[in-house]
Write a protein of this length. Structure first.
Length: 349
């Protein structure tokens, strides 16, 4: 939350007999939903172009003056905007992070999480009571092309950052690569750039592949990377030198995760490798309190909306071992964040 709170504030909450932790979370939740609403209205792009009065913002967005002014003032209170006289200015949390016209590195994530928390998390209690998500995430996502675009853009941003470290940490791969749930195709692009003899097949849902196609064409790799619409539950065709399961098993329940790993193992040539990229439920040494909190919330999101969760390294390694793979290793990445690689090998004959 951009708002800076003096430690004395915590004492004042306590003196009012209000739980300081929960009230800070309440402010944070209101701030996040307000920022998400402002983004949907296009307010950050208007203020990114320069300071504006409330009337100026209202005219640009074609909105009534009220309650827009209340929203603007709330954003000032939350630290997203600044106000000087009558003029509102985008504060550091907005410019450049949330202004799409200025690159907006966090803009797709804000859009996805705003919708996710506002809609699918309504079902959190039901999911916990019944043991399954009331509305599954991916069909919900694929129903809206804008949402799929933001989701894949969010993942692609992370993938562009992690891909060099992933390729560096992974064993050398040549021949045929299968990227299951590879969507935006960035990891296939990175492996193909590193190995001129490599061809890749990316399997994903149709909406997700729209962005994959654009990236592959931009990279000039349309001859070597094939995008195939398909479902994770489909039989896996062919025989491959490497298969990527990157951020896929956490969307599945343990039985489906183990089954996917087993089917993947059968799709490997002798000597082939399975690469799993995940933030594991047991994060690497050095993970901070914010990492642990974010991973816990992310895992709960997976459980409530996909029927999955974050798995420990040992759980995924156990699935690979049960699938007959060996030489299983946990490889840290020389990149920020909590993602790690699990490598498992099919014995060469
Ligand atoms: C969390 S994303 C990971 C994307 C990419 N591998 C990465 O690491 O950035 C999971 C991917 O699995 C795909 N996916 C989810 N359910 C699927 C299904 N039933 N069939 C095919 N793909 C699916 C999603 O569309 C999405 O691209």
């Amino acid at each position: 939350m951009p708002l800076y709170l003096d430690p004395d504030v915590l004492h004042s909450f306590r003196d009012l007999n209000q739980g300081p932790g929960a009230i800070l979370d309440l402010i944070g939740a209101m701030a996040f939903r307000t920022a998400g609403t402002a983004q949907r209205l296009g307010l950050f792009e208007v203020l990114g172009a320069g300071p504006q009065s409330a009337a100026g913002v209202a005219a640009k967005l074609g909105l009534p003056g009220e309650p827009l002014t209340v929203l603007l003032d709330a954003l000032v209170g939350f630290g997203y905007l600044r106000k000087s006289g009558d003029l509102y200015t985008a504060g550091p949390p907005v410019s450049p992070w949330l202004d799409r016209a200025a690159g907006g590195g966090f803009a797709p994530a804000l859009a996805v999480w705003h919708d996710l928390l506002g809609e699918l998390w309504q079902g959190l209690e039901d999911a916990v009571r019944t043991g399954r998500p009331p509305e599954p995430f991916y069909p919900w996502l694929e129903r809206s092309p804008d949402r799929v675009r933001d989701f894949q853009t969010m993942l692609a941003g992370l993938a562009w950052m992690l891909a060099p470290a992933v390729v560096e940490a992974a064993p050398k791969i040549g021949g045929s690569l299968l990227d299951i749930g590879g969507g935006h195709a960035i990891y296939s692009i990175a492996f193909c750039r590193a190995a001129p003899d490599l061809t890749a097949t990316v399997i994903d849902l149709p909406g997700a592949l729209t962005q994959g196609r654009a990236h592959v064409e931009e990279a000039g790799l349309a001859e070597r990377i094939h995008l195939v619409p398909g479902d994770l539950a489909d039989p896996i065709d062919g025989s491959h030198d490497a298969v990527l399961l990157f951020n896929v098993v956490h969307g599945l329940d343990p039985e489906a995760g183990a089954d996917l790993v087993a089917r993947t193992a059968r799709a490997l040539k002798p000597g082939g490798v399975l690469l799993v990229l995940e933030p594991f439920a047991d994060p690497p040494d050095g993970a901070g309190a914010h990492d642990v909190a974010l991973l816990g919330g992310f895992s709960l999101n997976l459980a409530a909306t996909q029927g999955g969760r974050l798995y420990t390294y040992d759980e995924v390694a156990g699935w690979a071992s049960a699938a007959g793979l060996n030489g299983i290793e946990r490889l840290p990445l020389s990149a920020p964040g909590t993602d790690e690689l699990l490598v498992a090998r099919r014995e060469a004959q």
